[in-house]
Write a protein that binds this ligand. Structure first.
Ligand SMILES: [Zn+2]
Ligand SMILES: [Zn+2]
Length: 487
């Protein structure tokens, strides 16, 4: 773990209790739920604040009463990630308490939370939200954005501001390429103006890395903190945080508004603790703003029940329809690739792209299959590359495709959102695989035709049998294209 330490603050005079407060510590801990052993502050400083009652500590892992009355079994809860699944708890011989200690495996990569470890939370005098870090003078945020909105974007953006004012939930349903990030800017500005602390949470690290600098540019006078696994955590207060949903385990009643980006993407929808994390990180009466290209029925129902606002942008910012996927069979593609052969149809598709100098993406259901395929494709062009979620060079590779330094990429995941690759053509191999849910397929299709001067492109689902998910994706795209454009 890394910390960027600010200059130490001058010693506070001891004339009144509030002067005993280490403001840096207060600013850091405000809204956080932080492991005591992993803090960037001196133990002595922390102890003093605990004694004064300015820091509350709670055990990392607690036993809870069993709901099963027949068997008396000990159940645990992790107070950081809220995990209660017994499979994620393990014991170890603890050097700290010199006993057998229980720890949570679920959030272990944020530092081990166990029976005997404490989580800290600020319970002393509150900092005022409009104060800059460690100072008492007033501070104003600057909103600097020179882009323009389409009428639909403008409407959605105004609806969001309205929900900020009404402090209510909101669901923004925006198709891929609708320019959903920009729509958030005025709403975020409205929050900051009202001294509300905002968090933009997204399931994926690369989205944080892409979003944070864009948001920082728009709010140049505001400390925007990007939080993800391995990020440098600065020990000062940030009124605007861009974080992976996982990082919200480390917050408690911190935010006045949480914007959940890609609310229907993996792993947010599958991991209940991430949804709990969002609820824990926000203040009890704070609303959540969901943004997604593919809202589930559940999410729509939930926001409706909470009497939340709703915005819908069926059109891309350039006004052209979404590309409709076509189906093509690719029987026994796995067997053929195992034998070192690319199925004929896929060969032809690739060669056509190479001949026409059109950048392309080929999606694979698994890394194994993709890796088998790489050398086969490289026979056509040695510069074809492969990229997967954990590939450290994925950003560079996507950029190389955009700059036409590589002709095409094989990939297993949905690549960098926000990056528009003009003229890109997309094929999905094994579109029938379970990993390609209808929302994943819609997202994949969303890569095609993003740029205004080239709004179309080929989108083909190669399959070994058409699935319901494929049909659903196709139906949804056609439905969106038929929606009347609001002006
Ligand atoms: Zn945990
Ligand atoms: Zn212990």
């Amino acid at each position: 773990m890394h910390f960027k330490l600010n200059k130490t603050q001058p010693a506070q005079k001891l004339s009144s209790p509030s002067n005993l407060i280490n403001y840096q510590l207060r600013d850091f801990l405000t809204g956080r739920l932080w492991l005591r052993d992993h803090s960037p502050f001196m133990e002595e400083t922390i102890n003093k604040h605990v004694q004064m009652g300015y820091i509350q500590t709670i055990p990392g892992v607690q036993t809870i009463a069993s709901t099963n009355k027949l068997f008396s079994k000990i159940n645990y809860i992790c107070n950081r990630c809220q995990n209660q699944n017994p499979e994620f708890f393990a014991t170890f011989n603890c050097a700290n308490c010199e006993q057998i200690c229980v720890y949570c495996r679920h959030c272990i990569n944020m530092g081990r939370v166990s029976n005997c470890s404490d989580l800290m939370k600020w319970s002393g005098p509150k900092r005022k939200l409009n104060l800059p870090n460690h100072s008492k003078s007033n501070h104003s945020h600057i909103f600097h954005w020179e882009g323009t909105f389409t009428p639909q974007q403008k409407k959605a953006s105004e609806e969001l501001i309205d929900s900020v004012k009404k402090n209510r939930y909101h669901l923004t349903h925006a198709v891929c390429g609708a320019g959903k990030t920009e729509i958030l800017f005025p709403a975020i500005a409205e929050c900051l103006k009202r001294n509300k602390r905002v968090c933009v949470a997204t399931p994926r690290t690369d989205v944080v890395l892409e979003l944070a600098p864009r948001i920082q540019k728009v709010f140049p006078n505001t400390f925007v903190q990007a939080l993800y696994g391995g990020a440098i955590v600065e020990n000062r207060f940030s009124p605007l945080i861009v974080a992976t949903t996982h990082q919200l385990y480390r917050f408690i009643e911190a935010f006045d508004i949480v914007i959940v980006d890609e609310a229907d993407a993996f792993p947010y929808t599958f991991d209940k603790t991430l949804q709990q994390a969002v609820n824990k990180a926000k203040k009890p009466d704070a609303p959540i703003f969901y943004v997604t290209a593919t809202p589930s029925e559940d999410l729509i129902e939930k926001v409706k029940k909470l009497k939340g606002g709703y915005s819908f942008i069926p059109r891309r910012y350039h006004g052209h329809p979404l590309p409709i996927p076509r189906y093509d069979t690719l029987f026994n593609y796995q067997k053929q690739m195992a034998k070192g052969k690319i199925p004929k149809k896929l060969q032809d598709w690739t060669n056509l792209r190479l001949a026409n100098n059109q950048p392309f993406l080929i999606f694979f259901p698994t890394i194994e299959l993709m890796e088998k395929a790489v050398p086969l494709f490289q026979k056509y062009d040695p510069q074809i590359e492969a990229v997967h979620a954990e590939d450290p060079d994925r950003k560079e590779k996507v950029l190389a495709l955009r700059e036409k330094k590589v002709p095409g990429l094989l990939t297993t995941t949905i690549l960098e959102r926000g990056i528009t690759i003009p003229m890109v053509q997309v094929a999905v191999v094994g579109a029938e695989s379970g990993i390609f849910t209808s929302s994943a397929l819609i997202q994949v299709g969303g890569r095609v035709g993003r740029s205004a001067d080239c709004p179309t492109g080929d989108l083909v689902f190669y399959h070994h049998g058409i699935t319901l998910e494929m049909d659903e994706a196709r139906k949804e795209i056609i439905k969106l294209n038929k929606m009347e454009v609001l002006t």
